[in-house]
Design a protein around this ligand. Structure first.
Ligand SMILES: NC(=O)c1ccc[n+]([C@@H]2O[C@H](COP(=O)([O-])OP(=O)(O)OC[C@H]3O[C@@H](n4cnc5c(N)ncnc54)[C@H](O)[C@@H]3O)[C@@H](O)[C@H]2O)c1
Length: 432
């Protein structure tokens, strides 16, 4: 099959590369010459495990083709996926400017029959507007159907998630479009959810929002655990063993971040408000999430008696989660900002996100080539991202690098008793 992807971000590029690897001819449309030229050389614009190899292999095989020209890509394609960004507006609503711009560009060069699929996360009703835009701008001989196939991949495991998703949601009322999409997905396992467009659009927001709720619930229990002298990890183990609940995503820590959860929670709150529903449950999740980061910083500041003036703080982990260099809405950003506001100096280390992080952080932040050098001469080490290499740190060596062995574990990756037995003053989340 010949298909096109508009946008080569985390969703567009990964999905395009996977479908190319499955033997399809895949066009990828970008809007920046420099980026497209780099992609043509096989350089992925961001870090995702296995992606660079996948792109190179399929470029070489001629199955993955990058272009700035919509007509070149859309012309031969049976299916066109819109995978552009939908960032939050000031009021929390999703900014759909890029989606509508892409729809207009696609429609101008349509020939024959096309299935236009939105993979970007968009509020219910968006695809109807996409359909109107295409109807208005398409040449008279062209015809099309609209579908919503939301994406559920996770950065860091994006290729695996694309090949083996829990489900493939196909929202369309066109039998022809559904048949083509099922055919394209035949080598992808995962249960099929066949539904209308609005249902598919809402499934995506409901899924991300529910996961955010689970994280905020874990953080709320963590606050309480600290007050009553319980260990939140043991509490959540006990809770999660109930098969009706499960343990996954009951992660206490410094709060969720990234390019999806914060924006999708806010967007669903806005969608609800537009429909005259006060989604107070999600508002609370959003609030608890902000509190989780603040509460963690308070622990650092309190340890140093209210001021970080003259203190050097080693930050371990910058990316919003492990195995990505994505810094969008990373909790490290607000934590570093708060530490600096209290007078602290920051030395940071992240296994892959440091290059990207420079665009998000003030110039004064220093970077170290590894965790030990970040800790050298620092007053405390603060773990913000749960990279595997931090789980395996030589804590005796880390303690020696620090002025005093003080460890703030924002992801509960260490066993408190063990860390304390090595002489550390240890602060986790929701545990003593
Ligand atoms: N990142 C994730 O983990 C993830 C997972 C599931 C769903 N999503 C959703 O998928 C969508 C894309 O997310 P992302 O993380 O890939 O975004 P991204 O910011 O990494 O990429 C967006 C891409 O769209 C391109 N673009 C924007 N307007 C364009 C236009 N008019 N023509 C051509 N290209 C254009 C940009 O250049 C960029 O390559 C969002 O709606 C997001 O919520 C993201």
């Amino acid at each position: 099959m010949t298909v096109s992807f508009i946008g080569h971000g985390y969703v567009g590029l990964v999905t395009a590369a996977v479908f190319a690897d499955l033997g399809n001819t895949v066009w990828v449309v970008g809007r920046t010459k420099d980026k497209i030229e780099r992609l043509k050389k096989g350089e992925a614009p961001f870090f995702e495990p296995g992606l660079a190899e996948l792109v190179k292999r399929n470029l070489k095989a001629g199955r993955l083709i990058f272009t700035l020209d919509y007509a070149q890509a859309v012309g031969p394609s049976e299916i066109v996926f819109i995978c552009v960004g939908t960032p939050p507006k000031e009021n929390g609503e999703a900014d759909l400017t890029s989606v509508f711009a892409a729809a207009e560009s696609i429609s101008a060069c349509m020939t024959g029959y096309k299935v236009i699929v939105t993979k970007s996360t968009v509020p219910p009703g968006t695809n109807k507007r996409v359909s109107e835009i295409i109807s208005k701008h398409k040449p008279s001989g062209a015809s099309f159907a609209i579908a919503s196939v939301p994406e559920f991949l996770r950065e860091g495991t994006a290729i695996e998630d694309t090949l083996h998703p829990d489900r493939v949601v196909i929202g369309t009322t066109s039998d022809r479009a559904q048949k083509l999409l099922l055919d394209l997905h035949k080598s992808i396992d995962g249960k099929h959810v066949l539904c209308n467009v609005e249902t598919a659009e809402l499934i995506k927001y409901a899924s991300n929002s529910f996961l955010s709720l689970k994280i905020s619930f874990a953080n709320a229990i963590a606050f309480l655990a600290e007050k009553v002298g319980a260990d939140v990890e043991n509490v959540l183990d006990g809770v999660g063993l109930d098969r009706r609940i499960g343990r996954s995503f009951l992660y206490p820590g410094v709060g969720y971040g990234g390019s999806c959860f914060p924006k999708d929670v806010k967007a669903l709150i806005a969608i609800a408000a537009q429909n005259k529903y006060n989604f107070s449950l999600l508002k609370a999740a959003d609030e608890v999430n902000a509190d989780a980061g603040k509460h963690f910083v308070e622990k650092i500041v309190n340890h140093f008696n209210g001021s970080l003036k003259g203190r050097k703080i080693a930050i371990l982990g910058l990316a919003f989660k492990p195995n990505t260099d994505d810094m969008r809405e990373a909790p490290s950003l607000s934590i570093i900002k708060a530490i600096r506001k209290k007078g602290g100096h920051v030395v940071a280390y992240d296994p892959v996100a440091m290059e990207n992080a420079r665009h998000f952080l003030p110039k004064q932040i220093m970077f170290a080539p590894d965790a030990y050098q970040a800790a050298r001469g620092a007053d405390a080490a603060v773990v913000i991202t749960e990279w595997n290499e931090f789980r395996q740190l030589d804590l005796v060596r880390l303690a020696k690098e620090l002025v005093q062995p003080v460890l703030f574990d924002g992801r509960n990756i260490y066993e408190p008793t063990r860390v304390k037995s090595l002489g550390f003053t240890y602060y986790g989340v929701g545990r003593m």
